[in-house]
Write a protein that binds this ligand. Structure first.
Ligand SMILES: [Ca+2]
Length: 198
């Protein structure tokens, strides 16, 4: 039992260590952000646009996968049944309301996404959840032709970033990274552009 508790404690400590810092006051210019690239050998995505109806009272999810044979996950976006807060016009959601959500992969060669409609807000207590899987990413993150300890160090700094409008600075948002799974999870409160980057 004691060994089990120690194990849990170690796991929690590792999880906390992997939690990113919150966004600093200054953003990073478009030209300085390094957005993670797909591996050139990865299967194409099964879609670059995914739409679904989020509905009050029903938890719903959309996924974008790689095409067969891998068929692996690329992106999952979940909206809990109590996650919808305000419509783009600012009005509150009512029981039974639904809204069409669109997730667009801006460039299929990169981990960059646009979520619509802009202005939609999720509950801070029950936010939407984005999960990205980068096992099919090019792990030569600095693109120097070799995967080495420098790339491992870069992987430790990977985070989710958001950009309010094209050409404006990017800001880091809080996320949790599971490097063993090549997965990054983040709570989403509103829609804009998001990217997995360093
Ligand atoms: Ca490298």
């Amino acid at each position: 039992m004691r060994g089990f508790l120690l194990l849990i404690g170690a796991a929690l400590a590792a999880l906390l260590l992997s939690c990113s810092d919150s966004a600093g006051p200054g953003g990073v210019p478009d030209t300085s952000l390094h957005i993670v690239q797909q591996d050139t050998l990865a299967s194409p995505l099964d879609s670059t646009v995914a739409r679904f109806w989020a509905k009050v009272g029903e938890g719903r999810e959309v996924r974008i996968n790689y095409q067969p044979p891998s068929g692996e996950d690329f992106l999952r976006f979940e909206v809990p049944g109590d996650g919808l807060l305000r419509k783009p016009d600012g009005s509150a959601f009512q029981p039974g309301d639904s809204i069409l959500i669109t997730v667009t992969v801006v460039d299929p060669a990169r981990f960059e996404f646009r979520f619509e409609p802009a202005g939609l807000q999720f509950s801070p207590d029950h936010p939407a959840r984005l999960k990205l899987y980068y096992y099919n990413a090019n792990h030569d993150f600095d693109d120097d032709g070799v995967v080495d300890s420098t790339d491992t160090a870069i992987e430790h700094t990977l985070d989710l970033w958001r950009q309010e409008a094209p050409g404006t600075p990017w800001f880091r948002i809080a996320s949790v990274k599971f490097e063993e799974l090549d997965e990054v999870d983040a709570n989403i409160l509103s829609f804009t552009e998001y990217a997995l980057a360093w």
